[in-house]
Write a protein that binds this ligand. Sequence first.
Ligand code: 13P
Length: 284
Amino acid sequence: MYLISSHEMLKDAQRRGYAVPAFNIHNLETVQVVARTAARMGSPVILAGTPGTCRHAGVEYLVSICQAAAQQYRIPLVLHLDHHEDEQDIRRKVEAGIHSAMIDASHCPFEENIAKVRSVVTFCHRMGASVEAELGQLGGQEDDLVVDAGHAHLTDPLKAAEFVLRTGIDSLAVAIGTAHGLYKEEPHLDFARLAAIRQQVDIPLVLHGASGVPEVDVRRCIGLGICKVNVATELKIAFADAMKAFLGSHPDASDPRQYLVPAMAAMEEVVAAKICMCMSDGKL
Ligand code: 13P
């Protein structure tokens, strides 16, 4: 098995009414957790890496590790570039073996967003890679990407239709009230807006900022056309909390093969729960 683009995976989710969970990974252990849980539950999954993760781990390492995981578990895996903003950077990483990319020019004016995305689509499609882009802008923090509440704005359904038509993207990330990172209060999602976007746009829709969003809300979004659900913060917290607890109760521990085990187990629980939430189990 091998690394594939997300095009067919998301189309299948759209046809069959579930969502593919996209889990942010950072290193060998986090890739292993997602791949083994996906294999155990028979779920399609996307492994997502931000520019910061690529800097931390190295793209060649990430591609090799993810390829090895696909082979070991005999499942197709998508390694996806999350929130990348630089076309040259995307090109280099696609040439290094990644077949799925998000070009995030959501901070740019509409015409500039279209021009940047269109250019990435032309390159990526020639290389057999799929492209996600965002219209509207989520608030919150995802690695180096920080958007304060004043700059966050929701997706305009009519503009979404024009955006999809003129860019040729494979999937559209929508801003409907979610945010990256932890919520200070329960998020209020604009379901009517999502339904209006769905009416205008027939490609798979993507929900960012799913950590902390109640399952009932995510399920409702899936019913309204969301085909990919991005989760990062909840995984990091589970991993870190379990490692802190282990090291707190074993102050002399120094072997990563010991202190990483409870961290991986805690992350695996979250991954499994999100797979159930997305109803992607058994869909491989
Ligand atoms: P959370 O960190 O809020 O789960 O968001 C993840 C995400 O949207 C990655 O692009």
